[in-house]
Design a protein around this ligand. Structure first.
Ligand code: SF4
Length: 385
């Protein structure tokens, strides 16, 4: 029996309301141990002693972006050294290298509709023979499949029709909800100059992914100035979407890290105890969800998150940097495995789609996966090691 009535309710499988979650948060601020142990129990009940990751190549197709978020260093401006405008040939080269490294996932990332703002993006598309970034993504995803990799596209707010087209080749797709707070889009706040980050716009894309039955990865950016109420509302919004459509395969909880040369460079990074409380609350609100934290953003302590509710390390690349967080290189897969083992967990490699969602995708895609798939629906050890 726990001291907290709200946590006892969680253990009795009662639904966690907004008020309960807020009470749990307030109690945990002073003593998080009961919350952490409850999250750990639920994690073990539903996910056992396995922690997964996806062996990926990060394909930075184009990093021009029509929006501006005050924490972002991914977005480039024309002429900057970090500008990426990948040609067909470059995409094919990296796919072939990724296969040599025995990667499984081809993660395609772009800025938000760059062609709406930049002539450079229009010229780049024209040169490669495409009308839009989405059209380029459709073809690049086909090349990934041909190369023996499985595409997962994260290209901002795609339309229903664009997602419908990409669904033919992508085994899953991604769009961070980040937060449902309208306040974070007000003047002086991180999303003021990013129309695509308006909660209504993001939720609509996630709704469309549900209508299309696309296995979807979403998540929250933790520590960008949100209140506890706002972050709890955001977790509950994801839960609501999943209850409606059943297609949210995974939640990424990404801790904010300030980047040099951004407006938020002096903003503190997400405090670790706060971040752990949010991870644990996500677990108790959605006990069966796949919950991920990126290990490179907590380089010294990522393994300690295994005892507060996470079940996945996300995509880790042996050959490309994390272009969104270039100053945080991924730990080596061997090191992640060793640290997971020391914490009592077995590291296994998954596809960019979790086994619970295999029925969402076509037989053609399933047949391609079967070549490197084991009896658990994960990637054969002899392939990824
Ligand atoms: S976070 Fe995404 S939408 Fe915001 S500026 Fe960066 S690339 Fe653009």
């Amino acid at each position: 029996m726990l001291k907290s009535e709200s946590l006892n309710n969680v253990l009795e499988n009662k639904i966690v309301s907004y008020e309960n979650a807020l009470q749990i948060y307030q109690d945990a601020k002073f003593n998080p141990s009961e919350l952490f142990s409850t999250a750990q129990n639920l994690r073990e009940k539903f996910k056992g002693k396995t922690v997964t990751f996806s062996k990926k190549a990060f394909i930075n197709l184009i990093n021009l972006c029509k929006d501006t978020c005050t924490y972002c260093t991914y977005k480039a401006e024309p002429g900057e050294e970090k500008l990426s405008l990948m040609s067909k040939q470059e995409v094919k080269q990296i796919l072939s290298l990724a296969k040599k490294y025995r990667c499984v996932e081809a993660l395609f990332v772009t800025g938000e509709r760059p062609e709406q703002k930049y002539q450079e993006a229009k010229d780049w598309l024209k040169k490669n023979g495409f009308k839009s970034t989405a059209e380029y993504l459709v073809h690049a995803s086909e090349w990934a499949l041909e190369a023996g990799l499985f595409p997962h596209t994260n290209a901002g707010n795609l339309t229903f029709d664009e997602m419908k087209e990409l669904q033919k080749t992508n085994v899953s797709m991604g769009l961070m909800l980040e937060n449902v707070s309208e306040r974070l889009s007000q003047k002086g706040m991180p999303h003021y100059l990013a129309a695509s980050k308006r909660p209504k716009a993001r939720l609509e894309v996630l709704e469309n992914s549900g209508k299309l039955k696309i296995p979807m990865t979403t998540g929250l950016l933790v520590g960008i100035g949100e209140t506890p109420e706002e972050i709890i509302s955001s977790i509950l919004a994801i839960k609501k979407l999943h209850e409606k459509y059943g297609n949210i395969q995974e939640i990424i909880l990404q801790n904010f890290q300030p980047k040099p040369d951004t407006k938020m460079s002096d903003f503190p990074s997400a405090e670790e105890n706060y971040f752990k409380i949010i991870v644990s609350i996500s677990r108790i609100i959605m006990p069966e969800m796949n919950i991920q934290i990126p290990p490179n953003l907590s380089p010294k302590s990522y393994q300690s998150f295994l005892s507060v509710g996470i079940s996945d390390w996300g995509g880790v690349s042996p050959l490309t940097p994390d272009y969104v967080n270039p100053e945080f290189s991924w730990p080596e897969i061997k090191k992640i495995e060793e640290n997971s083992k020391n914490a009592g967990f077995d590291l296994k490699c998954r596809f960019p789609i979790y086994p619970e969602f295999f029925s969402f995708i076509s037989k053609e895609l399933r047949d391609k996966m079967s070549v490197i798939e084991n009896e658990e629906g994960l990637v054969k050890e002899e392939y990824w090691r």
